[in-house]
Design a protein around this ligand. Structure first.
Ligand SMILES: Nc1ncnc2c1ncn2[C@@H]1O[C@H](COP(=O)(O)OP(=O)(O)O)[C@@H](O)[C@H]1O
Ligand SMILES: [Mg+2]
Length: 243
């Protein structure tokens, strides 16, 4: 780095201490990492988890592996790209895409997103709002007019949306059938809004390709294609933590 008049005394001291570091790069710290260090985020996570669920986070190898991918993703840490449960063979990973977390029952998919939602509430760049897929169908079904239906969908669509347990909802029936979740995801994708979804496996073998195909069957072939454009696909593994 060449020093010029815009460099502060701190830059100069840094340069003396770390002569090999390019300070211009150093200044370009990624947003999330400016807000939390990895350690801080982990400590807040453990604290909020206990507060929310009344039990301490159980740190099994699989739980840790599951949550690691979420941590690196939210921290914009490149270690995300090498997490073994990020299905890079199915969808090319990118921080610009949202997340689709697929796994068996009771392994923290819903719980972890609830905790992150709470932690990120006060940080606009990270904030997201969660809805259950069933809750959205219920909201849609009580709409009296088509204007109400559009309003409901427009009120749901946003930058930073998480839909929990997609494919668990019934097809909405309100003077005609409607796949509400598909409709919302379509708009989210059109607007390039960051979206997170969780989903249980559809088959006892926990085969992720099959689960994605089944989602495609339900929501349509174009949705299936869109999943790869919209989501990093993360597979959670392990035994149910429900007791
Ligand atoms: N790592 C964990 N440590 C302790 N309890 C956990 C952990 N993960 C999940 N649980 C418990 O299991 C319950 C079910 O988890 P949940 O996130 O609802 O599962 P699912 O993957 O089906 O969405 C949670 O309410 C929580 O009490
Ligand atoms: Mg769940």
């Amino acid at each position: 780095m060449r020093l010029n008049q815009t460099h502060t005394s701190n830059d100069i001291i840094n340069l003396i201490k770390n002569p090999n570091i390019n300070n211009d790069c150093q200044k370009k710290i990624k947003t999330t990492q400016e807000i939390f260090t990895k350690k801080q985020l982990w400590n807040i996570f453990l604290y909020e988890f206990k507060l929310m669920f009344g039990v301490s986070f159980i740190d099994t190898e699989q739980n840790t592996n599951n949550i690691k991918a979420l941590f690196y993703y939210f921290l914009d840490d490149d270690a995300f790209f090498t997490c073994n449960n990020v299905k890079t063979d199915i969808s090319k990973p990118s921080f610009k895409k949202g997340l689709m977390v697929v796994g068996g029952y009771g392994i923290g998919k819903t719980a972890y997103f609830k905790v992150f939602e709470k932690i990120f509430k006060s940080h606009s760049s990270l904030r997201f709002t969660s809805f259950g897929a069933k809750e959205l169908v219920n909201k849609y079904e009580v709409c009296l007019t088509s204007v109400d239906k559009s309003y409901m969908i427009n009120q749901t669509v946003r930058s930073g949306l998480s839909i929990d347990d997609i494919n668990s909802e019934r097809t909405a029936n309100n003077f005609g059938k409607c796949e509400v979740i598909e409709e919302i995801l379509f708009i989210q994708n059109e607007k390039k809004y960051r979206t997170f979804v969780t989903c249980n496996h559809t088959n006892p073998e926990n085969n992720i390709e099959q689960t994605l195909l089944d989602l495609g069957k339900r929501y349509g072939g174009r949705s299936h294609d869109r999943f790869f454009e919209m989501f990093n696909i993360i597979e959670f593994t392990g035994k149910s933590m429900r007791r």
